[in-house]
Each structure stands twice: as structure tokens, then as C-alpha cells.
Design a protein around this ligand. Structure first.
Ligand code: CTP
Length: 133
């Protein structure tokens, strides 16, 4: 059997939308096996001073149910990226290009690819639209 190229990516994936689908689909296309770190509620609170709309177990279940996602786990800390890459023996780290350059250090451990974001949609924007209507 030939070696499977493992791709790893991370995100909150709150109020799941087409931008999330697009990046996960394209991340999988970079390799053969896609691992997704879904950030914990506590991590999001520390970063943004608010909890996600959907709790972590629901966000995890949504991402896990996608046909191009092979494995999911809860990302407990932004500082543990190297440990997660090592733990899962990931060959490629995929991030949205909103993070461009920020993970170049990880090139010591795996290939790093930044993929373009889907224009004109984000969780923050959806929450704002719903609030204001
Ligand atoms: N993403 C994307 N295109 C979008 C929105 C998100 O490609 N329009 C990608 C991000 O680059 C990231 C992943 O989806 O790799 C998860 O992003 P996340 O932060 O959970 O989604 P956002 O919609 O950006 O959420 P927020 O508005 O809260 O930052």
C-alpha cells in the first residue's frame, strides 16, 4: 500500500458555512487523509472574549460528519500546533490565507500551505447580519 499523505488544519468552524466547506474540501485535495483540530470553547473565549454560538461538541460533530474529513480532535491551545503535527505525523499544514506567513516556522516539521479564503463570508459577519435583522 502506498504512503498516505496526512493533512492537518485548524479552526473554530462556528455557525458552519460554505467558506468552511471549501477550505476543508481543498485541504483534503492536498493529500489523502484530513485531520481537523476544532478549537475548544475555552480557547475561543481566551482569544475573542466570547464563546462560540455552537458548543465544541456540536462543532466537532458537524466537522466529523463531512465526507472529506477523516479525523477530528479538540484543539486545546494555539501553542500546541507543533505537538499536534508530531502526534498525528502530519505531512502538510493547511491554513486559510488570513494566517499567511504566521505559520512559516512550522516548515521545520511539515509542508505549510495557505489557501485563499472564500470571499464575502465569515462567522462574524453572519452573526452581525442575524443580530441586525
Ligand atoms: N475560512 C475560509 N473562508 C472563509 C471563512 C473561513 O477559507 N470565508 C477558513 C479559515 O481561513 C480557516 C477555517 O475556514 O482556515 C476556519 O475558520 P474560522 O475562523 O472558524 O471561520 P471564520 O468564518 O473566519 O470565523 P470568524 O469570523 O469567527 O473569524
Amino acid at each position: 500500500m502506498s504512503y498516505k499523505r496526512k493533512v492537518i488544519t485548524f479552526g473554530t468552524f462556528d455557525v458552519f458555512h460554505i467558506g468552511h466547506i471549501n477550505i476543508l474540501e481543498r485541504a483534503k485535495a492536498e493529500g489523502d487523509y484530513l485531520i481537523v483540530g476544532v478549537s475548544s470553547d475555552a480557547l475561543n473565549f481566551n482569544k475573542k472574549q466570547r464563546y462560540p454560538i455552537y458548543p465544541q461538541d456540536q462543532r466537532l460533530k458537524i466537522v466529523k460528519s463531512l465526507k472529506f474529513v477523516d479525523y477530528v480532535f479538540i484543539e486545546e491551545s494555539l501553542e500546541l500546533k507543533v505537538e499536534y503535527i508530531r502526534q498525528f505525523s502530519a505531512d502538510i499544514l493547511v491554513m486559510g490565507d488570513d494566517w499567511k506567513g504566521r505559520f512559516d516556522d512550522m516548515e521545520k516539521y511539515c509542508e505549510v500551505i495557505y489557501l485563499p479564503r472564500t470571499p464575502s463570508i465569515s462567522t462574524t459577519e453572519i452573526i452581525e447580519v442575524v443580530k441586525n435583522n
